[in-house]
Write a protein that binds this ligand. Structure first.
Ligand code: HAS
Length: 546
């Protein structure tokens, strides 16, 4: 049977996805080992450091796996919904972006493995890595900008050829995601180019730590929505089709994305609530804005329940929860994202706790926060991506997804959910008991409080081992997927329940939204950043503690 997904576009998407999954596997090995070390189960051989592994794990999983997967997935969807083919410009920019990011990733990974960049994925100053690590980060960011330009070029070309029509929802969402990414990465680009690179090369003696952390979190918080928005693309656009339903409201979905674009960035101070050097007023303002950024997720929860219910009722299921039985529980394309949604409920509640200033004082820098982000990025996001991979890889390579792949997928994501339940549950409890985060195994000189954390450390190691097992199953499934028989696999894209014309046109006025986002950023950041520059602390020379 002839392949219907454009071959060249399929190749671009597949290369990104496979690169992402390779990073996931290597990052997963690091994760499993560090869980074992922290649980006191093993000691690392050959001079490998705990923090070195932790850096590899964070960078490869949180930065590399996500970014490559997101870009590959969004290129594939754009090709699918904007006429079945990317333009030469879009594809060319996609490949240029891929290669820059790949070179950056390899360089960064080599630096970490050579123990020259043991600074964790947040690379806080005054920890000082080799300048090549920061150059590697810059390459990844610039590469992603090229890919974003490719996606926007594709969208612009579709709009030119379809004057007066509202764009396909997937394309709109991909552009909003990349728009957010451009705004967010400005912060990290500025700190890397103007602070870290000159300082690590020794061209300047000291670094303004406060400013570098602020610019990092200016990037670091919208980063989490850059991970989340493609997941929402799946939940809004793909899942309704998989369950045999329609998108509840195209307009509501677009509104959620516009709100994410507006409110994701001016909130970075909620990661710095316990830091001196920022006056309470600015923290207060950004906490208020943080509660605003929760709204699009609440809208999403509502829209998802509405989709499930309307689909169930259309199939004839009755009663308050009848729709629940209508859902295709044995289909990994649905089960995986659904598990992600369920995990995001406690994950989101944890986020709201973190954002509340007084409660943040209790949980900040405890392993509770690690528990929070394993529910959000490592479950809501990662498990949805797994669910996507099982149909996307066959769909873009012109192969037929089989029942046995579906079965393997169900086993894999169920193991993942179990592993996270054990590990993240233990992290939350032990965090509340005061266990710090970003620390290796220690008894704190036999301290009594620290002794309370022991059983939870062991549970984390067990959870980590289950997660690793899940990745092994995924590797087996991947090998099988690449060797599937030629054929057709559906690329599921749902239609809207309401007619597309009903979506208000103003939702697509990017100039207004990007302008408003800029205003909010200026309001939230201009004065505190000006203050950090005008009245800097003495600055730090930098430490290499490993
Ligand atoms: Fe967070 C720290 C606040 C969301 C990731 N977060 C982190 C870190 C990471 C991270 C990686 O305010 C650590 C960074 C580091 O290394 O230091 N976070 C929030 C808030 C939200 C939030 C308010 N975080 C995320 C997402 C992430 C993520 C999403 C990754 C993808 N976070 C914080 C704060 C900190 C923080 C502080 C700093 C802590 C500190 O002190 O250091 C919100 O966006 C959450 C809103 C979410 C919801 C849930 C909606 C639920 C949905 C599912 C519906 C389910 C259905 C199925 C329909 C309101 C949409 C149901 C079916 C059934 C049958 C039940």
């Amino acid at each position: 049977m002839a392949q219907t997904f454009d071959r060249a576009d399929g190749k671009l998407a597949l290369t990104h996805i496979l690169f992402a999954l390779a990073a996931l596997m290597i990052g997963g090995i690091a994760g499993m080992l560090q869980g074992m070390v922290r649980g006191g189960v093993i000691e690392l051989p050959g001079g490998i450091g705990y923090y070195q592994l932790l850096t590899a794990h964070g960078v490869l999983m949180a930065l590399v796996f996500t970014t490559f997967f997101i870009i590959g997935f969004m290129f594939s969807g754009l090709s699918k919904v904007t006429g079945g083919r990317l333009t030469g410009t879009a594809r060319g920019l996609g490949w240029a972006g891929f290669w820059l990011m790949a070179v950056g990733t390899v360089l960064g990974t080599v630096m970490i493995l050579a123990n020259k960049a043991t600074v964790l994925y947040t690379f806080y100053a005054p920890l000082k890595a080799s300048p090549w690590f920061y150059i590697a980060l810059a390459l990844v960011v610039v590469g992603s900008w090229l890919s974003g330009a490719g996606m926007i070029a594709q969208y612009v070309s579709w709009r030119k050829n379809n004057k007066g029509k509202i764009s396909p929802l997937f394309a709109f969402m991909a552009v909003a995601t990349m728009g957010l990414w451009y705004i967010a990465t400005l912060g990290v680009a500025i700190t890397v180019l103007f602070q870290f690179i000159p300082w690590s090369f020794g061209w300047v003696e000291k670094i303004n730590v406060m400013l570098s952390r602020t610019l990092f979190w200016y990037f670091g918080h919208p980063l989490v929505y850059f991970w989340l928005m493609p997941v929402y693309i799946c939940w809004y656009v793909i899942v309704p089709k998989v369950i045999g339903g329609k998108i509840f409201s195209d307009a509501l979905a677009r509104l959620a994305f516009v709100l994410l674009l507006l409110f994701s960035t001016p909130v970075g101070f909620h990661h710095q609530l316990m830091e001196p050097g920022i006056t309470p007023f600015w923290k207060f303002l950004q906490v208020i804005l943080t509660f605003m950024v929760v709204v699009p997720s609440l809208i999403t929860a509502f829209a998802l329940f509405a989709t499930f219910e309307t689909t169930g009722r259309a199939k004839g299921y009755k009663g308050l929860f009848g729709w629940f039985r209508a859902l295709p529980w044995k289909d990994v394309r649905f089960l995986a994202p659904f598990m992600g949604m369920v995990a995001f409920i406690p994950g989101g509640i944890g986020g709201i706790i973190n954002a509340s200033h007084q409660m943040n004082a209790l949980v900040h820098n405890t392993i509770w926060v690690t528990g929070h982000f394993h529910l959000t990025v490592a479950t809501a996001v990662a498990i949805t991506f797994f669910g996507i991979a099982y149909w996307l890889i066959p769909a873009i390579t012109g192969r037929r997804m089989t029942a046995s792949i579906n079965r393997l997928g169900i086993i894999q994501v169920s193991l993942w959910a179990l592993g996270i339940l054990v590990m993240s549950g233990a992290m939350h409890i032990s965090g509340l008991l005061g266990a710090p985060r970003r620390t290796s195994d220690t008894t704190y000189n036999g301290n009594e409080i620290a002794a309370q954390w022991d059983p939870y450390n062991l549970l984390m190691a067990i959870g980590g081992a289950i997660l690793f097992l899940s990745l092994i199953v995924m590797a087996v499934a991947l090998i099988k997927m690449i060797r599937l028989a030629k054929g057709e696999t559906e690329y599921p894209v749902a239609e809207s329940l309401t007619p597309a014309e009903a979506t208000p046109r103003w939702l697509e006025r990017w100039g207004v939204w990007v302008g408003l986002a800029a205003v909010l950023i200026v309001v939230a950041y201009a004065i505190p950043i000006a203050d950090m520059i005008a009245n800097p602390a003495p600055g730090a020379k930098g430490y290499v503690l490993w």
